[in-house]
Design a protein. Structure first.
Length: 275
């Protein structure tokens, strides 16, 4: 299935092709991950990795840093202390994770200074007491982009707990990327945790047919017409992914510290106080 996805994607129009081999899992657990990245690189796509870092050992680091198609690596670390991170991320060794990240940073600074490296914390009740320590620690390390995002769920619009954006924006997701599941189903965005908005299946249609198909047209029309609240079968009515665009704008205006990007919500006030 992976080769089919890559081949069909590379045949679609557009100059810059970006592939991520993750959705809700850990990409480095895939037994043939090296072959997969080699194939993507051979086809001329660029790619990024979001990982919990536990399998980013020296061998994997050296392999990945040798791939010019790799553009970004993001490490998910949900605590400043081992106690908190290991409580949230079951099975992770915080000490081992720090060793892996620091080795990766050292090798990248020597061999891939162009690589974008991020460390991301998802802010939640269990770790909010140490997010300032997290930011202070990671932003003190050269070459690390630090992200803190607010946990999202299906219960409501979490961003509104912290911030009321001036106006809802059109979501870019249906216009810019797709998620292809291992069974061939195509869903339009990362918010579709339960695969409720299946746009088509690669066992039945080509990726290009799905991308230009009726279901995608309806979804794009919902966005362009701003009728999110009227079309409840789609998840858009209860989603705040679009809010990140406001924060990206603020980031471009450099209201944040250069190294800090809050992807969603209103935590910039707190960041300003931190720095
Ligand atoms: S608004 Fe949310 S649910 Fe709708 S397409 Fe965008 S990310 Fe997906």
């Amino acid at each position: 299935m992976l080769l089919i996805i890559v081949d069909q994607f590379m045949r679609m129009p557009g100059d810059s092709k970006h592939i991520s081999l993750q959705f809700q899992g850990e990409p480095l657990m895939y037994p043939q991950i090296k072959e997969a990245y080699n194939y993507i690189q051979k086809k001329g796509a660029i790619f990024n990795i979001t990982t919990n870092g536990m399998l980013m050992d020296k061998e994997m680091t050296n392999f990945l840093l040798g791939l010019s198609g790799l553009q970004q690596v993001s490490f998910s670390v949900d605590g400043y202390t081992a106690e908190t991170n290991e409580k949230i991320r079951r099975g992770v060794s915080h000490q081992k994770l720090l060793e892996n990240i620091h080795y990766f940073l050292k090798e990248a600074s020597e061999n891939r200074p162009d690589l974008y490296i991020g460390v991301n914390m998802v802010l939640m009740e269990e770790n909010k007491h140490e997010y300032k320590d997290f930011i202070n620690y990671w932003t003190s390390i050269k070459g690390v982009h630090t992200w803190v995002t607010i946990v999202t769920d299906e219960e409501g619009i979490p961003t509104k707990k912290y911030w009321e954006p001036p106006e809802r924006l059109i979501c870019k997701s249906p216009f810019t990327f797709s998620v292809v599941l291992t069974n061939g189903d195509v869903v339009p965005c990362c918010r579709d945790h339960n695969y409720e908005m299946v746009m088509g299946n690669l066992h039945t249609y080509f990726l290009g047919e799905i991308w230009n198909g009726l279901k995608y047209k309806i979804l794009r029309n919902i966005q362009e017409s701003k009728i999110w609240d009227e079309v409840k079968p789609y998840l858009c009515y209860n989603c705040d992914t679009w809010a990140s665009d406001y924060v990206e704008t603020l980031y471009k205006l450099r209201l944040f510290n250069d190294n800090i990007l809050c992807a969603q919500g209103s935590y910039w006030e707190k960041f300003e106080r931190v720095r």
